[in-house]
Design a protein around this ligand. Structure first.
Ligand SMILES: O=C(O)[C@H]1O[C@H](OP(=O)(O)OP(=O)(O)OC[C@H]2O[C@@H](n3ccc(=O)[nH]c3=O)[C@H](O)[C@@H]2O)[C@H](O)[C@@H](O)[C@H]1O
Length: 441
């Protein structure tokens, strides 16, 4: 968002208490710079006007700072998020559950694929929900905006545009609302992209996660956290189906390594600060409003555009397969993880908050060949297939979830088989792109 007044936007760190104004050096420098610009005008008679404006400027700004920072944290009074009481009112209203038994959930990555579906499901059942998302450009940002307008806005979920690395923003949000849970889904996803932009994985999946945990642990009554880990942490593990007890110390991609690191980091925050943390290992989640970087999505696009697709195979024509899991099943798992999470005990608690790691898969792997056959049938078109040896690009040969723990802990039972799920995806895809991008077909 472009601030209307560049001077105002640079003094947004004014504390609420009148008389304590101590602008940061950069703000002062900026104001001086702006003043110098005016003073350089030949007419020195401007001086008194500038001086007067300066006085009026602070006189009018101080009384607007009505939101006193709690717990001694510095908060901003005007930000790129509007900074106004309207912004705060909308955020607070979105956070309010329909009944006093409802949860109040902050969903990070709210305009992402799983984030959008989960936010809507939480809101629909009566929980209070605030979304947070940085709308990054990893894939088509229009799709993110569409998820916001078509799913989140309609459900009444308010989305803050911001980054989990912005600790001032996080503290401001946590100051305004006492959340019971954080559903942390903001991440740099994609296995193969890690070879192109490795630092984005560190920034989101490590730095951002720690930043969020730091903010959460500073709250007097910290919310319980449920967050997205990944099936990719099993890496080169060849024992199937993958159980939570299996080894996860052989990641095949940097993405997997950052998700595994996230699990260890979460454990440390649970151990030291008593945070209740549940990590969900998602298995190749697919469905309507999905991610364009995933194979089922771009295969659909390429088949329709009569473009060649590469189907990976292992050594000696070994099958490559995934435990494709439908979005609605995963969302049910997320909601159940929220409902069953113990409270964080916080620093001073006698009991440690719980720490759980749970697989959320479909427990029926399907080969990439079969995935393509299903798409061909649904699209009524033949794919131009090129079978290639799987490159060493972060992919693994097989994923297969053991979901016994999810059944016990979450009452989780996946319902959708791949053919039915892809039917729903293709229907959505045809509708969505027919309206939006007829020309690209
Ligand atoms: O569960 C996870 O932890 C991850 O799931 C997802 O990764 P993957 O399971 O690798 O899904 P996806 O890329 O759709 O490839 C599907 C299949 O197509 C094969 N594949 C892929 C590309 C190609 O050109 N050809 C091909 O055969 C490919 O070899 C694979 O067998 C998420 O993207 C990731 O963010 C993470 O959440």
């Amino acid at each position: 968002m472009i601030p209307l007044n560049p001077i105002l936007s640079h003094i947004d760190n004014i504390p609420s208490t009148a008389g304590k104004f101590k602008p940061e050096k950069s703000s002062v420098c900026y104001i001086h710079h702006r003043l110098r610009f005016h003073i350089s005008h030949p007419k020195l008679t401007l001086w008194p006007i500038i001086f007067l404006s300066f006085i009026l400027f602070f006189f009018f700004l101080s009384p607007t700072s009505t939101t006193a920072p709690r717990r001694g944290l510095r908060t901003t009074t005007t930000t790129s998020h509007g900074g106004s009481s309207r912004w705060e009112t909308r955020l607070k209203s979105s956070a309010k559950p329909r009944s006093c038994t409802g949860h109040t959930v902050l969903v990070t990555g709210a305009v992402g694929f799983i984030g959008a579906h989960a936010s809507v499901a939480l809101k629909r059942r009566g929980d209070g929900v605030v979304g947070l998302d940085n709308f990054n450009r990893y894939y088509d940002v229009n799709l993110k905006h569409s998820r916001k307008s078509k799913l989140l806005d309609r459900a009444g979920v308010f989305v803050v545009e911001g980054d989990i690395n912005d600790d001032v923003l996080l503290r401001r949000i946590f100051d305004l609302v006492q959340f019971t849970h954080v559903l942390h889904l903001a991440a740099q996803a994609g296995v193969r992209y890690a070879m192109i932009n490795p630092n984005s994985y560190i920034k989101s999946n490590i730095d951002g996660f720690v930043n969020l945990l730091e903010a959460v642990k500073s709250i007097t009554e910290p919310p319980a956290m449920v967050w997205a880990s990944s099936s990719s942490v099993y890496g080169l593990n060849s024992k199937v189906p993958f159980s939570e007890k299996d080894r996860t110390d052989q990641p095949a991609s940097l993405y997997a390594a950052t998700k595994k690191a996230g699990e260890e980091i979460a454990h440390a925050y649970n151990h030291i600060y008593g945070l209740s943390i549940t990590g969900l290992r998602f298995f190749t989640v697919y469905g309507p409003w999905g991610r364009p970087d995933m194979a089922y999505f771009f295969f659909t696009k390429d088949i329709l555009n009569r473009k060649e697709i590469s189907i990976f195979e292992g050594d000696n024509h070994g099958t490559i397969a995934r435990d494709f899991t439908y979005i609605d099943d995963v969302v049910k798992g997320c909601l159940s993880a929220i409902d069953t999470a113990n409270k964080s005990s916080g620093n001073g608690g006698k009991k440690k908050g719980e720490f759980r790691i749970i697989n959320l898969g479909n427990t029926s792997p399907v080969s990439v060949h079969k995935l393509v056959r299903i798409l061909e049938k649904l699209l009524k078109m033949k794919a131009k297939k090129k079978v290639v040896l799987m490159p060493r690009n972060g992919d693994v040969a097989l994923t297969h979830a053991n979901i016994s723990l999810a059944r016990i802990e979450l009452g989780y039972e996946p319902r959708m088989d791949l053919e039915m799920g892809l039917k729903k995806f293709v229907k959505w895809y045809l509708d969505y792109y027919d309206v939006k991008k007829k020309s690209s077909w």
